[in-house]
Design a protein around this ligand. Structure first.
Ligand code: SAH
Length: 215
């Protein structure tokens, strides 16, 4: 791809995100800055600027860019925030978060994906991301509390350990529902006492599984 072709496809990409309802200028700037192709391999890298999910290693998928952008918007991140992402996958969503937050922790149950995501973060010089192989259904207690938590796999219910690792005033965005059907994107706010829940939109994610994967 020539530089002019790349500039043109990024312009179309941002236009497509706007037309899907992404309005936050900081989120759009992050989406413009992070090259999605760096998180894809082989023939799929050529399709990086299509608004579609694509296959990555370990039978997983990189999310659709408009879904990444809308979930990022829903998190309402401030520059001083410490964010936890559960489900690193390709690392693309974590890279977007890294442009808006002070520090990003991202955890993944497939070690192969952790290794590949770390390589991509290094190649792009993203030094405020820590990527760890671990079962994110228990969160990351040693780094808690978090200002923001984003779960990019579908839980059957809002995970209790993650709610407990939210700071008071903190926000978690999580797809909730039975796997393989349509799930609801839920925004959870931790209040002084208890939690507030808001249903945002239908989404479709792979299930949040317990335990580490073999690969
Ligand atoms: N955020 C990713 C896409 C997420 S796909 C991206 O930007 O590319 C969902 C990911 O969640 C998969 O890679 C899957 O392996 C991972 N996952 C599922 N259950 C998990 C768990 N309990 N702990 C950590 N990762 C998990």
């Amino acid at each position: 791809m020539t530089d002019a072709d790349r500039a043109e496809s990024i312009m179309r990409f941002i236009y497509a995100l706007r037309s899907k309802g992404v309005t936050d200028a900081n989120v759009l700037r992050a989406m413009e800055r992070i090259d999605r192709a760096a998180f894809l391999r082989g023939i799929f890298a050529d399709r990086a600027y299509e608004d579609t999910p694509l296959p990555i290693a370990c039978g997983q998928t990189i999310s659709q860019p408009s879904v990444v952008a809308l979930m990022t918007e829903a998190l309402e991140i401030s520059p001083r925030d410490k964010v936890l992402e559960v489900g690193t996958g390709s690392g693309y969503q974590a890279a977007i978060l890294s442009q808006l937050a002070r520090r990003v922790y991202t955890v993944e149950r497939h070690r192969t994906l952790v290794a590949e995501a770390r390589r991509a973060f290094d190649a792009l010089g993203l030094s405020n991301i820590t990527c760890l192989a671990s079962d994110g259904s228990f969160g990351l207690p040693e780094q808690a509390p978090f200002d923001r938590i984003l779960v990019t796999a579908a839980a059957e219910d809002t995970p209790g350990p993650l709610k407990q690792q939210l700071r008071v005033g903190g926000v978690m965005v999580v797809p909730v529902g039975q796997s393989d059907t349509v799930q609801s994107l839920i925004r959870v706010r931790r209040l002084e006492k208890g939690f507030d829940y808001e249903e945002l939109r239908p989404v479709r994610f792979v299930p949040l599984l317990e335990g580490m994967a073999k690969d």
